[in-house]
Design a protein around this ligand. Structure first.
Ligand SMILES: *Cc1c(COP(=O)(O)O)cnc(C)c1O
Length: 403
């Protein structure tokens, strides 16, 4: 994307980001998506909705989240100054709640007393169960049976919050099977049910709606960076699973050509092994979850099982807007493998006193690679998407320990 293609104005009216996005759904859902589009468009200019959304972000989530100068790590690396946007300090420990609050408020407006979600690692399930409890809504979360076993603590959290967790036994019993089940539920119960999608994927208007709710992150950075660092960053980094924390911090920087945007994908055991979740670095375009985007698929269009040490990046697709930002050249995407992410995780704990999520650790690992190549007066801003308390078992296991 050249500077003269700005201002950036995507998606178009049909929900396309260049050739990506759109809406590939059954006839039953066309009406539901049209109603959602209309309700969402109205909410954007409705002062009462905006007031309520920002009230929740301030008093329930704890926004604005601070920006922190990782001074010791920057000094050790000997190059650019690294700053963290502290989404880990949000209620529930990550950026995901910014979006679930927004969608729950919309559900309330639309008179839908029941919300459903699908979840892989369980983080989006917890964020959805949290807001359902907050607003007194019935909540059903679909989760692959394998993930239910792997993520027992999050399943218990959801139950404590009053949600019903439905294990899905079809297919590989993981996220993509839970996705299909959630879609099926929505088609059946569309009258009284709102489907809360957890990342910038799904059919139009979900990718732009989830982006807009999360864009509070970048909007805060725009005024916080001059305050703490005297200017805007040279690089903005974020890990990319579906891409919602990345779009949240990228969006308001797209129109600033001097700021480079870098998404960091899960390189797993290395791209050459095939065991990874790097859809943009190694995938091809196709249709999944109601939109066209880059996917990890085989020659017959079958979705390939993905791998990452961080469950939250373990998704075979990516939001369609990232596909467009990649093709247009406005953002670039790089893979970081499991062991690099683990190294960055441990360094961040020891040097900065912050235990980051394993997802986030991918972005931190790339920051640690990039910083020494830059001057000391240059600035890298990393979206610290979440805290790592949930990852204790995984990290201990990787070090040969059991908790
Ligand atoms: C879920 C999650 C992610 C990945 O999701 P995106 O939609 O790509 O942001 C990243 N970081 C944390 C902490 C998460 O919980």
């Amino acid at each position: 994307m050249k500077p003269n293609d700005l201002p950036y104005n995507y998606p178009d009216a049909s929900g396309h980001f260049g050739p990506y996005g759109g809406s590939f759904v059954s006839e039953t859902l066309v009406f539901a998506l049209d109603a959602l589009k209309e309700a969402y468009e109205k909410s954007k200019t409705d002062p009462e909705f905006q007031r309520e959304f920002h009230h929740e972000l301030k008093h329930f989530v704890g926004r604005p989240s601070p920006i922190y100068h990782a001074r010791r790590w920057s000094e050790q690396l000997g190059g650019a100054q690294i700053y963290f946007k502290r989404e880990d300090l949000n209620h529930t420990g990550a950026h995901k709640v910014n979006n679930t609050i927004g969608q729950a408020l919309l559900a309330k407006r639309m008179g839908k007393p029941r919300v459903i979600a699908e979840t892989g690692a369980g983080q989006h399930g917890v964020a959805t169960a949290t807001v359902a409890a907050r607003f007194g809504m019935q909540c059903v979360v679909y989760m692959g049976a394998t993930d239910v076993t792997r993520q027992a603590a999050n399943v218990y959290r959801m139950k404590l919050l009053g949600a019903e967790v439905v294990p899905v036994h079809s297919g590989s019993k993981t996220l993509k099977d839970a996705l299909n089940e959630a879609m099926r539920d929505w088609v059946t119960n569309v009258e009284d049910t709102f489907y809360i999608i957890g990342t910038v994927a799904g059919p139009h208007p979900y990718p732009s709606m989830v982006r807009d709710f999360n864009s509070v992150v970048g909007k805060e950075c725009l005024w916080q960076m001059p305050e703490i660092a005297g200017r805007q960053p040279d690089f903005v980094l974020a890990c990319v699973g579906g891409g919602s924390n990345a779009m949240g911090i990228f969006y308001d920087y797209i129109d600033k050509p001097g700021v480079s945007l870098v998404g960091v994908e899960a390189g797993g055991e290395g791209l050459a092994t095939g065991h990874h979740a790097a859809s943009l670095s190694a995938g091809t375009p196709g249709v999944l979850h109601g939109n066209r985007t880059y996917l990890l698929q085989d020659a017959n269009g079958q979705i390939i099982e993905t791998h990452s040490i961080s469950a939250g990046l373990d998704y075979p697709g990516v939001g369609p807007e990232h596909a467009w930002l990649k093709d247009s050249g406005r953002a670039c995407y790089v893979p970081v493998n499991d062991s690099e992410a683990l190294d960055a995780f441990h360094t961040c704990c020891r040097i900065e006193g912050i235990i980051p999520a394993l997802e986030t650790s991918h972005a931190l690992a790339y920051a640690a690679k990039l910083a020494p190549q830059l001057d000391k007066d240059q600035i890298i801003l990393v979206n610290l998407s979440g805290r790592g308390d949930k990852d204790m078992h995984t990290v201990a296991q990787a070090s040969g320990l059991t908790l």
